[in-house]
Ligand binder design. Sequence first.
Ligand SMILES: Nc1ncnc2c1ncn2[C@@H]1O[C@H](COP(=O)(O)OP(=O)(O)O)[C@@H](O)[C@H]1O
Ligand SMILES: [Mg+2]
Length: 244
Amino acid sequence: MIELQDITLRYGTREILDNVSLTIEDNKIKAVLGPSGVGKSTILKLILGLIKPNCGKILIDGVDITQLKESQLYPIRRKMGIVFQGNALFDSMSISENLGFFLRENLKLSEKETERRVAEQIAFAGLEGYEDSLPENLSGGMKKRVAIGRALIFNPKMILFDEPTAGLDPVSSKKILGLISSLRNKSDLGAAIVTHIIDDVFQVADSVAVLYQRKIIFDDETGKLHDSTHPFIQSILSDKILEQ
Ligand SMILES: Nc1ncnc2c1ncn2[C@@H]1O[C@H](COP(=O)(O)OP(=O)(O)O)[C@@H](O)[C@H]1O
Ligand SMILES: [Mg+2]
């Protein structure tokens, strides 16, 4: 559904992505793994049409979004839910209000239908009893679950996660990864996670692309990572540390 073709991206004169090609399929969980600062969040910004590449195409359901005007991007973005690294919740709104906010703003559903969808995400994210709480009273893992519920509430075709477990303790990370895995049961939903944590990849991803020094150096089923002879991949498999 999402296809990056030969993408080159520069910030000023600094090249971040060099001829990057990548496919994110429906019904699958794809990971993009790479060290800090390599350009993972930049790839998500490109997919959302927030920045344009210097060269290359970005096809979403066959439409090249690099050629679209801002107004033409809205319906495309509506197909995608995004879970930001910092969650981007509204501090002054309750959990229910956070979940319902974009729905009320953008889709003129009946109040009953909006409330039904909010309740559905409260249940999916395991947030029963916290409907009226403010984000500041929730743990990091719970805030992440609110952000996931808010991304899913539009019934997107694709959900994008930027570093879903960064900053979470091991127990919360496991819960979040479990929730991401359970998205497989939602028909027709694809997911992409960008991360620098290799355990995230092994726990949820069907396939993984590894981004290193501006290029994709591996793109295959997760299980095949162990067969790679690339020195960088071998080093991350042995120390599991991705900082350069
Ligand atoms: N708007 C910008 N202008 C200039 N440089 C940027 C901008 N955004 C990100 N960068 C740089 O591009 C590189 C890739 O950034 P990013 O995609 O955020 O990396 P990652 O998400 O993999 O940590 C980093 O070196 C970062 O400093
Ligand atoms: Mg990032």
